[in-house]
Design a protein around this ligand. Structure first.
Ligand SMILES: [Zn+2]
Length: 309
């Protein structure tokens, strides 16, 4: 059963003002408390009035929870950022930068920048898929002017102005998607090898790009679409095809058209929402461990960044 939806009322209750938003980031950046770099140990910290900083209750050394997050250099209110994330995470069909501009009352330039930053957080990598995995490819409309033909690629591979996307979906689990230059086996097989555990059962259609999958240790089951067979027992790719419809309708509805060079981030955005569709708090899921990813990657968990001054 799907979890109850996280509504705008929930959002306003959880994030009534700037301080509540900052506190949320603070707790995400320091889930186990702050190790004060001067005291050399974990200390309680208190919010500094009128500043986006906390200070050590013992020695007064400051920490800046926004450092290394997507909010760091922004003059936009944190609550606007949170609201943008709420909208982008909870709107099933996606939301455009133009809609964000209207909802937040910011300039289009600001809205676009927020949109772009938040979407980058939606690029997921949670390790390989396993069990029963459906793999399928589709073509999404792109703008021809942004589409450069790859070396040696024939025109029919381009499907006029369409861009190929490959997806792998673990049944009852996550989905991964990747924009590819073509749908030949040289493009498809390495992706499956990278994103799916060996010995998984992989379901595909009869497309040529998937021949040889069994050579890489996968149990390969194919559904014969050309013979009008779409389901044979558990052999089908219906789950991932459902996602393709969602993606295409979403892009058509919210964005009209997407340039090939931008398509991967759009696809990631839709995959992210799909992967979290049953979460009680999609917003929270977006945030947690994501706005702070850079920081932890660069500085480590217990080395608060010195940005004092
Ligand atoms: Zn201290």
């Amino acid at each position: 059963m799907a979890a109850p939806k996280y509504t705008i009322a929930d959002f306003n209750r959880d994030y009534p003002d700037e301080d509540a938003c900052l506190e949320t980031v603070f707790r995400m950046v320091y889930p186990d408390g702050v190790a004060c770099r001067k005291c050399g140990q974990e200390r309680p910290h208190s919010k500094l009035t009128g500043r986006k900083a906390y200070s050590c209750n013992y020695c007064g050394t400051h920490v800046y929870p926004l450092a290394g997050t997507i909010f760091e250099k922004s003059t936009t209110a944190l609550k606007s950022w949170f609201y943008a994330m709420f909208l982008m995470a909870s709107t099933r069909c996606g939301i455009s930068a133009k809609q964000l501009e209207r909802e937040l009352g910011v300039t289009y330039k600001t809205a676009w920048r927020m949109f772009d930053q938040i979407r980058k957080l939606m690029d997921e990598d949670d390790g390989p898929l396993w069990g029963e995995v459906e793999v399928d490819e589709t073509f999404v409309g792109g703008k021809l002017s942004n589409r450069h033909r790859q070396n040696g690629e024939k025109f029919h591979d381009q499907m006029a102005n369409k861009v190929a996307v490959v997806g792998a979906m673990q049944r009852g689990g996550k989905l991964k998607t990747q924009v590819v230059p073509n749908v030949r086996k040289t493009a498809l097989i390495p992706l499956v090898v990278e994103h799916v555990m060996p010995h998984a059962t992989v379901f595909t259609d009869e497309a040529k790009g998937y021949t040889k999958l069994a050579d890489h240790g996968f149990k390969h089951r194919r559904v014969n679409h050309s013979a009008k067979v779409y389901v044979s027992g558990n052999v089908h790719t219906n789950t991932i095809e459902g996602f393709w419809s969602l993606l295409k309708n979403g892009i058509r509805g919210a964005h009209h058209a997407v340039g090939a060079n931008k398509l991967q981030t759009y696809v990631d955005e839709y995959a992210f929402r799909y992967n979290h569709r049953d979460d009680a708090e999609p917003l929270y899921k977006v945030l947690k461990g994501r706005v702070t990813k850079t920081r932890h990657g660069r500085y480590g968990r217990y080395a608060p960044l010195d940005t004092a001054g």
